[in-house]
Design a protein around this ligand. Structure first.
Ligand code: IVH
Length: 680
């Protein structure tokens, strides 16, 4: 008995500890809008508490964090009681969970065949209730604890996409439910401005949205780029209710309330899972953050008969994406040397599962970022991996810093070649000054030169480049063209067959385009688009190499910084030598006269592409336009001939309409590419 009591005392201590920790996180999350830990960590603590309480129901107290959903309103805002409670959603984390949900729905409805669902992005913002009386916007409230929330009418009024009066015939009472969120572009701009003023930045768009909506001064909210999508109804009087949720959404849209354009009707669980995969793949290119998708039974009568359990409907479920943030420990930091000598601090981490993969390395970007985030070796850090982007250390949990944590110091000399490391002016990036003397830079330059979008030498990948440089067989891109079959075949994991294959690829790479050649040279800050613009503007390498700063700047989208880089590059005799040797080796491209006239029907036109295209990537579309003689630019100006707007186009589309630039959709673009004619 005595041991049971000791064990129980320990459990009770753990229970109290968990509750304290969760309360503290709740406070930071809901009251300060400044969460300390990722959601996944919070969920883990809640889960642990729920399990403990399930094993010992006699220990559940009414003030336990498990006994409420959300938080009561902060006292500064007036309290609003919801006429119809604002519910939450049950979560599904796997295809199995979704199958279970669908099976329960079909069993309860007595359906054999597939059920039709409305599949919707789960917007990562704040739920709001918005009330219109006889078409007039009268009140907006946050969800709060589901029963009552905060009156945020004045703040919601400042959201530009929020109609203050419904369009067309309006019912006596309409409560629309939706999500207030901050689009990613707006969030980034807001944070950049705050950082420039030396102010605190928001952790993520959702917290920025929460912080903005819960501003006591609506003037402040008005300056924040908030947006809103509606996804359902609350109370209503005088609404001629349709039979389906999808028709409710159409009604909302008719009244002028924004509905997320990604919402689709799908059939059965297969349709749900397909939607999940499809949205998941496009997640990073959406203009707003989502943390999963929601499936809702479309038929309203079926919704009514399914009803609710506790605080969530039986007719809907949230299918969550894998968490994009996780906690782990920073073991060490090493510095990697890039193509232009840039030293990137790379975090070596205790392996952690995040964004669907195990991550043990993450970028720290540069020393300014290290300082700004105050990262130290030994710290507990938040690692972020969103979509296919490189994992990064997002922030530090200062509260968990061990006393022995060590500062990260920029090395004075290059860790690879021991050349001096320098920072130019107030640049954030520190660079190894070794140039071609640094084997890390040589390797990266060679990799870039052979890359698919540069000279596209198949088979000349990471491992082979390492060997070529380490064995002294290729020091600069020019050496690639004098490699012998024998020297290649003698390398690790090569042999005569693979050597021949690489040699054939090298031979093929000799026939390229001027733009690819320029890009492949790896001039600092000259990306693909700039290389294409320079190539189109100058037509020949000789002309470009002889051009001075002023002339280079005349190329479209080339400012003084890039122009200086280009002039500097060709002024360096080592670079000129590489170019000469490449030409001597037989690297050629068609002269501009050969691509003129009818082969360049779009010459003189400048296109800007924005948003997501359905049928081809933006890069492919830009290449195709360039092949027809057009210029493709990254920014809209009065010189832009056409803007092609894909899905979720944002600020560029707005700017183009302001400047009166003609706007094309994807089908118009396809027509141009198919007919090889400018738009009519
Ligand atoms: S429906 C009873 N639809 O998710 C239905 N909610 O966990 C409840 N959310 O508080 C809401 N996107 O903040 C619904 N398309 C969507 C949503 C969505 C995001 C949020 C909302 C809600 C939470 C429920």
């Amino acid at each position: 008995m005595a041991t049971a009591t000791a064990a129980e005392a320990e459990l009770q201590q753990r229970l109290a500890q968990l509750r304290r920790e969760i309360e503290q996180h709740n406070y930071r999350y809901y009251i300060l809008d400044e969460p300390q830990v990722p959601d996944a960590e919070y969920d883990r603590l809640m889960q642990a508490l729920r399990e403990l309480e399930a094993a010992h129901p006699e220990w559940v107290t009414s003030d336990s964090p498990t006994q409420r959903v959300g938080t009561a309103p902060a006292d500064e805002f007036a309290e609003v009681r919801h006429r119809v409670p604002m519910l939450s959603l049950d979560n599904a984390f796997s295809a199995d969970d979704v199958q279970g949900f669908d099976r329960r729905v079909r069993e309860r409805l007595g359906r054999e065949g597939p059920v039709r669902y409305s599949a919707e992005p789960k917007l990562d913002g704040l739920a709001v209730s918005v009330i219109f009386e006889h078409g007039l916007f009268v009140r907006a409230a946050t969800r709060g604890d589901g029963t009552s929330g905060e009156d945020v009418t004045a703040n919601v009024r400042t959201i530009r996409s929020m109609p203050l009066r419904l369009r067309g015939a309006a019912p006596a009472l309409l409560e629309a439910r939706g999500e207030v969120f901050m689009p990613v572009a707006g969030f980034e701009r807001l944070n950049a401005e705050a950082a420039a003023r030396g102010e605190k930045v928001f952790v993520n768009p959702r917290n920025a949205a929460a912080g903005s909506l819960r501003q006591l001064d609506p003037e402040v909210t008005a300056g924040r780029p908030l947006d809103i999508f509606f996804y359902g109804l609350g109370a209503q009087e005088g609404v001629d209710l349709p039979a389906r949720h999808s028709e409710v959404l159409a009604l909302l849209a008719q009244w002028g309330l924004r509905v997320c354009p990604q919402i689709r009707l799908v059939e059965g669980v297969e349709g749900c899972l397909e939607y999940y995969r499809e949205i998941g793949a496009r997640r990073a290119s959406l203009a707003y953050q989502i943390d999963g998708v929601v499936y809702k039974v479309d038929e309203l009568a079926a919704q009514t008969s399914l009803g609710f359990v506790a605080r969530a409907p039986r007719w809907a479920v949230a299918h969550k994406f894998a968490a994009e943030e996780a906690l782990t420990r920073l073991r060490d930091v090493e510095f990697q040397v890039g193509r232009t000598g840039a030293l990137t601090p790379v975090a070596r981490l205790e392996p952690v599962f995040v964004g669907g993969v195990t991550v043990s390395n993450a970028t720290l970007h540069n020393m300014d970022e290290v300082q700004r985030k105050d990262v130290r070796i030994g710290d507990t850090v938040v690692v972020r991996r969103a979509g296919d982007v490189i994992p990064e250390v997002a922030r530090v949990i200062l509260e968990r810093r061990p006393p022995e944590a060590r500062s990260i110091v920029l090395p004075a000399v290059c860790p690879v070649c021991a050349s001096v490391v320098q920072r130019e002016g107030d640049e954030a990036v520190a660079r190894c000054t070794g140039g071609y003397r640094c084997s890390a830079q040589r390797k990266e330059r060679l990799r870039h030169f052979a890359a698919r979008r540069a000279l596209d030498i198949e088979g000349l990948g990471e491992k082979l480049v390492d060997q070529l440089v380490d064995a002294g067989l290729a020091q600069s891109p020019a050496d690639v063209f004098s490699l012998s079959r024998q020297s290649l075949a003698n390398l690790d994991r090569m042999g005569e067959k693979s050597a021949d294959k690489v040699l054939r690829a090298i031979e093929r790479a000799k026939h390229t385009t001027f733009a690819r050649f320029l890009f492949a040279l790896g001039i600092r800050d000259v990306g693909e688009a700039t290389a294409a613009n320079l190539a189109a503007h100058f037509g020949s390498l000789d002309t470009l190499m002889q051009a001075d700063l002023q002339r280079v700047q005349q190329a479209p989208d080339v400012g003084p910084v890039i122009a200086a880089r280009v002039v500097e590059f060709f002024a360096d005799s080592a670079n000129r030598d590489v170019v000469k040797r490449l030409q001597a080796a037989g690297v050629t491209w068609p002269a501009p006269t050969e691509v003129l006239a009818e082969q360049a029907p779009l010459s003189g036109l400048t296109f800007v592409l924005t948003g997501t295209l359905e049928s081809l990537s933006r890069e492919a579309a830009e290449d195709a336009l360039r092949a027809l003689g057009a210029k493709a630019s990254g920014s809209v100006s009065s010189k832009t001939s056409y803007l092609v707007a894909g899905r979720d186009a944002g600020s560029k589309l707005r700017k183009a309409s302001e400047l009166g630039v003609p706007i094309l959709d994807e089908s118009a673009l396809r027509q141009i590419l198919e007919t090889k004619r400018p738009p009519t």
